[in-house]
Design a binder for this molecule. Structure first.
Ligand code: DAH
Length: 341
């Protein structure tokens, strides 16, 4: 039995040292030290030995077992180290290779203008409203006091979607005024940016799709002074404290009185230049006191409430702001153009 143990020791140690993976090492462990392993089998037989031989053989068997256990632990370490070194070689990162740059997107020039404007208005307590782009003629015209036969209703100017002229792509954001007033009781303070559509040929200053922002206040005791005060603040917030405005009488069917608001040209300070086409002033929006017919049509008591409204084109604002010469660039979405803002 002693020879047997010595043989197991030599064989097992050699087998342990020749393993090259954790799996093969474990196989060797099972082969000798497992429940049905060779060393275990020898140990089981020590019971059959004459009593005086048992302690000697038992001690030898234990020595062999601890020698194998130690050798397995040592080999385990060697293999783990080798595996780690291999991994480090395989996963080497070459930090000198130039990285892949992820291009961050950013805001479209029109979105910049819309966000700035809505920020100024929300800062003054206005809510942001929305309305449908496919809208009823009732809301775009009739409820805004635009009578039958008005040029704005012409088929040549607008995109009707039904033969009976009852549904069209909205040609102004003003119907959002009606939608808000029909759904909300005064006091109302809202702005509504959105797309509008008109049958215009595409050129450097026209597009069949463009953007407006509508604004409206309805409350007790609202006057033209509130309109002027608010719009002056907005223009100053956008163009600086020294921005100068001018309110000219005008006509819109849904406001009375109505006005157009000009801003003194910021390039030439009113002297006249290419930017303002020699005028010294740049028209920026239409506005006025909401017509009593419009308020009453939305169920608002004009004995108690009054309001003002304005509508402003956004493309021209963005074009001036960023010195964009051709409106088409805004919609072409050429990344080389958009990257500049
Ligand atoms: N909707 C008008 C347009 O498209 C602009 C406008 C003028 C809107 C006066 C208003 C307003 O709310 O009061 O030309």
């Amino acid at each position: 039995m002693k020879e047997q143990l010595a043989k197991i020791r030599v064989e097992a140690l050699a087998a342990i040292q020749s393993t090259d993976t954790a799996a093969s090492l474990d196989a060797v462990r099972v082969k000798y030290l497992g429940k049905k392993g060779e060393l275990t089998a020898v140990l089981k037989q020590t019971g059959k030995l004459p009593p005086e031989e048992r302690p000697v053989v038992g001690q030898l068997a234990n020595e062999v077992r601890s020698a194998l256990t130690e050798a397995i632990a040592a080999q385990n370490k060697v293999l783990a180290e080798a595996a780690m070194n291999q991994k480090l070689i395989e996963e080497t990162v070459d930090v000198t290779i130039p990285g892949k740059k992820t291009e961050l997107g950013h805001k479209h020039p029109l979105s910049i203008v819309i966000d700035e404007l809505t920020d100024v208005f929300t800062g003054m307590g206005f809510e942001v409203a929305e309305g449908p782009e496919v809208e009823l003629a009732d809301y775009i015209f009739t409820k805004l006091n635009i009578e039958e036969g008005h040029p704005g209703r012409e088929w040549t100017d607008t995109f009707y979607l039904t033969e009976d002229s009852s549904v069209l792509l909205r040609s102004q954001t003003s119907p959002i005024q009606i939608r808000v007033m029909e759904n909300k009781k005064p006091p109302i303070r809202m702005v509504a940016p959105g797309r509008v559509f008109r049958k215009d040929e595409v050129d450097a200053t026209h597009s069949p799709m463009f953007h407006q922002i509508e604004g409206m206040v309805v409350d007790k005791g609202i006057t033209m002074a509130d309109l002027k005060g608010t719009l002056n603040e907005v223009v100053k917030a956008l163009y600086g404290e020294d921005a100068v405005t001018r309110f000219r009488p005008h006509h819109f069917p849904f406001t009375e009185p109505s006005c157009e608001v000009d801003m003194q040209c910021f390039e030439c300070k009113g002297k006249g230049c290419a930017m303002c086409k020699g005028e010294g002033w740049i028209e920026i929006l239409g506005a006025g006191m909401i017509h009593p017919k419009v308020l009453e049509g939305c169920g608002i008591d004009t004995e108690v409430y009054s309001g003002w409204a304005f509508g402003m084109g956004l493309e021209r604002l963005a074009m001036r702001r960023f010195a964009i010469k051709d409106l088409r660039l805004i919609f072409e979405n050429d990344v080389r153009f958009l990257k500049q803002f």
